[in-house]
Write a protein that binds this ligand. Sequence first.
Ligand code: ZN
Length: 240
Amino acid sequence: MIDCTGLLGLQDFDLEIDKLDERICQIRDKAVRMGADIQKAQDLLEKKAALLRKIQIRKKALENDLQSLTERLKTLELRMKTAGIAPSVYVAIEKECSGTKARISEAETKLLEDMEKVESLEKDNAKEQKILVGLRQQLDEVKKRQARELGEINRNKESVKDQRKMATLKIPCDILQVYEELRTEKKGQVVWNIEAPSCPACGFSLPGGFINPLIGVAGAEACPYCGVLIRWTGLLDSVR
Ligand SMILES: [Zn+2]
């Protein structure tokens, strides 16, 4: 039988420390998640900015093409008006004229499409840039708030640790060692109060022969299956 008088208080401090550690993890996770979202938004924005640059370059090339095609058309039209031009030459120039017109029309359509794409991408990117700035500000604020909260939690944790240290001084060495080993191994609750004959840590049902000696006493016994310390706080009748 293991005397649990000091262990229960010690365990309360340990469970408190576990809770504080869990809270610290949650807080850090939140900032990490927000940072990852911002990175994703930033990557997407960079991709769209690269696309915009590509379309702007293509648009510039189309504008140049259009200009030289228009000039060529003007030259051809002037030549068609030249006096004394041979009919076969006239027909050839006329053919080139209509080909040039078709190319102009094609370039104009493409240019119009690119202009629309540029306009919509510029608008989108500006909007997303603003959102990104907002997200970064939000993360900064969250981090500031978290730093205060983490500071408070860590101070709290130090104080609980100090109290824990004091509590260990009142516990006999052999019992403390059993507890500390289980605690290191299980990283959670070590002493369990039960009112039904099964182990809350491993789930196995505990025989009457294990429970009965625990009835009406303050001490604990190790679960025969997983080793955690079991106290009976249920009915005072024997368990069959
Ligand atoms: Zn067990």
